[in-house]
Design a protein around this ligand. Structure first.
Ligand code: ATP
Length: 363
């Protein structure tokens, strides 16, 4: 086990494409960091640089106290699990699990013990004599995990390891992985584009976009206090509603919508009359009814364009200030076409013209 640190990592591919732009991250010993972001944001490249499969253009990578920036992959003491399990088709599960150890000339007794331990941990005992072709997708993924576990690496790296599994199996394997992390106490770095996976698995989540880490922190902190518009819109399903407008006379004005915004703390330095700002609110914070106290603000009377009943919750779609928005109610009884909607002030997020969060006294 070991901590892992990335210091000002840059990756410029031939042709000038900057895939990773000055990324600094650290994962403590035994920690689990999830790197999440849309396709092409640079997460796999970051992981591959930690693994040593890709050279850094500049910056340093430390595993434990060791600078491994120029060390080959085999000497980094890491194990990587990929989306495509890359099992050897002609070998049994037992042989697949033990192969890496054999190549490192580990004594056969030790190989057997470690393979048996991993098989027990991942409930693969009954499958040890089968070949990958005789396994389900979930079982193959567990073998791929087992192959990493037997090596007892300092750091585990996962690159979208669950994306070939169906939704149900993905959920189950995700829970198994979290349990495995608790049991092994190993340092893990996990890459995914799936924000649910990031929210549920990560102790610490780093959200990436265009080669840059946009925010890093515990998942709920990112959800509740996104530092910028990108994180606000990326985490959450359905995503946060974002309405662009201008700041004027202590009001947010967008089309026919006017909302009081007095009380920024601290007062944003660049905020002035006519500044372009964005108002954000999550679907689950949209409330139905009239405002009765000063803690809430009225958004107006809206016409529902579509209602989706998902069983435990209902989503309703409407337009406000010419923006498509979605609200969420628990239960499935919502029927009204015309709704008066409001928000608690504490549930409103504000972003400046550059997309940075502006804190209000209410937030
Ligand atoms: P995905 O979720 O789709 O795998 P990602 O976030 O993992 O995306 P990367 O694979 O890290 O993204 O790619 C980041 C950027 O670097 C992309 O624009 C990609 O096209 C580019 N890129 C990746 N590998 C190379 C390469 N070998 N040569 C040139 N550009 C590359």
């Amino acid at each position: 086990m070991a901590s892992t640190q990335l210091q000002n990592i840059v990756k410029r591919f031939e042709g000038g494409n900057i895939a990773v732009d000055n990324v600094s991250l650290s994962v403590e010993d035994g920690g689990l960091l999830v790197l999440v972001g849309p396709s092409g944001c640079g997460k796999s490249t970051t992981l591959r640089m930690i693994a040593g499969l890709e050279q850094v253009t500049s910056g340093r990578i430390l595993i434990g106290d060791r600078d491994v920036t120029d060390v080959g992959p085999a000497q980094r003491d890491i194990a990587m699990v990929f989306q495509n399990y890359a099992l050897y088709p002609h070998m049994t599960v037992r042989q697949n699990l033990g192969f890496g150890l054999k190549m490192r000339r580990t004594a056969s007794r030790e190989v057997r013990n470690r393979v048996d331990d991993a098989a027990e941990m991942l409930q693969l005992q009954e499958l040890l004599d089968r070949r990958p072709g005789q396994l389900s997708g979930g079982q193959r993924q567990r073998v791929a995990l087992g192959r990493a576990i037997v090596r007892k690496p300092a750091v585990f790296l996962f690159d979208e390891p669950l994306s070939n599994l169906d939704a149900r199996l993905r959920g189950q394997t995700r829970m198994e992985l979290a349990a495995l992390h608790r049991r092994l106490g190993s340092t893990m770095i996990y890459v995914t584009h799936d924000q649910t996976e990031a929210m549920t698995l990560g102790q610490i989540v780093a959200v990436m976009d265009e080669g840059v880490v946009k925010q890093i922190g515990p998942p709920l902190e990112l959800y509740e206090r996104p530092a910028n518009r990108f994180v606000a819109g990326f985490l959450g399903s359905p995503p946060m509603n974002l309405i662009d407008g201008v700041y004027s006379n202590g009001q947010f004005i967008a089309d026919d919508l006017q909302v009081p915004v007095s009380g920024f703390d601290p007062v944003p330095s660049g905020l002035m009359e006519g500044s372009r700002i964005t108002m954000g609110f999550r679907p689950e914070h949209v409330q139905i009814g009239a405002v009765t106290d000063s803690n809430s603000i009225q958004l107006g009377s809206v016409r529902t364009r579509q209602i989706e009943r998902l069983g435990s919750i209902t989503l309703f779609y409407f337009k406000i200030a010419n923006c498509s928005c979605v609200g969420q109610q628990s239960g499935n009884t919502l029927n009204e076409v015309q709704l008066s909607i409001k928000l608690e002030r504490k549930d409103v997020h504000w972003f400046d013209v550059s997309g940075h969060r502006m804190d209000s006294i209410w937030s």
